[in-house]
Design a protein around this ligand. Sequence first.
Ligand SMILES: O=C(O)CCC(=O)C(=O)O
Length: 303
Amino acid sequence: MTWYLTSEREMWGAKIMEAPDDLRPWLSAFLQQGYIVIPKAISDDALQEARQAYFNFKKRIAHFDPPSANGRYRRIVNLHAAIPEMATLFTKSTFTLRIIDYLFGEEASLYTSLFYEIGSSQGLHRDTPYFWTNPGYRYFGYWVALEDVDRSNGCLQVVPGSHLLKEEDLVAIATRHYSSLDQVPASDPRLWDEYQGLANTSASLAGLSLVDCEIGAGDAIIWHPHTLHGGRVITDNDRTRLSLVMHVTPVNQAVYHHQGFFNPGAQLASRQNKEYFSINGRKCASYDSISFEHILDLPIDHI
Ligand SMILES: O=C(O)CCC(=O)C(=O)O
């Protein structure tokens, strides 16, 4: 049951009351704001091991000459599948995972990840056009700072309250470009841009404004699938912003891209058998390769 959506709002109070005492204030804040920051979610030891494993990995892959900004990698897709210390970060905060499990009403798993050595400088957006599920919105963003982040190294930004906004007219967006919704492909930058533009306009018209998430190493953020978020533009290019974004879904949740999101009537399987590896009793999706900026793919057995 996807009870954390605005359309199910009358259920929120009861679900919060039923929750374990220690989760209640966090669930309440999450439902009001569309995100929460969990201070010191990850221990210093686990962070140190992940950072060390990352720098060792960098040495091993340097000869592949991946696309970089002055030798720093902005966006590495699914690094958790190549570096166990990175996947371990998903499993380490049992408190955070209890919150996510409670929201889903079932066990959360790590679906995909993005590792950032420097900030993303990415505009405000929602991820749902690439993380669509049946029923919808069964995905959360789980973001971990591996070092202190603030405005100058491009912290995460969120728009509190944007998760409460009505969904945009997805059919109108799609039919501007496709005569049949069944023709919508997995990805189309025109649909993405139009959707994000409309979502940003709706947030401005609602008087919502963004918040810079200046947080410390080991702090974690969870955002609601309908929350607008992005990366602040970096102002100090000498600084890194070591951070891991995890996209979390229930175990074996089937995930669709634009072809599901922009086609509300599509018949979509809800579940799909996936390959996982387990760390600390938690499931993390397996992949054969990682990708630098979606430009260079490296098979994991070559690393
Ligand atoms: O970490 C960031 O700067 C932004 C990450 C993000 O927007 C995402 O993963 O969707």
